[in-house]
Unconditional design. Structure first.
Length: 109
């Protein structure tokens, strides 16, 4: 169970780091740049812990899929990025794929 928590921490750290990437303005702003560096370091560290138990394909698919959705939501809230219908439909398919993997696949068991 703790490895799923590690995966969650990795996802959140990646989302924070990626959200700060735009604010870093090409790494010309120190605080957002530091957030990017620390966030990605934490994300990969916790992902590496996750991979001790959860297969890499499953962990990465969940990490990337949920990361995409959370980044889109964060960009909408923080930067006012608009999400059109195709974007929402695409993210819905990502959510469906992650759910199918978790509910029906025996790979991650």
């Amino acid at each position: 169970m703790k490895y799923w928590l590690f995966l969650g921490v990795a996802i959140v750290a990646e989302v924070i780091a990626t959200s700060a990437l735009k604010a870093s303005d090409g790494f010309s702003r120190p605080l957002p740049s530091l957030i990017v560096a620390v966030g990605y370091l934490a994300a990969f560290y916790f992902l590496s812990l996750t991979l001790k138990v959860i297969p890499v394909g499953i962990a990465y698919a969940i990490w990337a899929g949920l990361g995409i959705i959370l980044i889109a939501v964060a960009s909408w809230i923080i930067y006012g990025q608009k999400l059109d219908l195709p974007a929402v439909l695409g993210m819905s398919l990502i959510i469906a794929g992650v759910m199918v993997m978790n509910l029906f696949s025996k790979t991650g068991a």
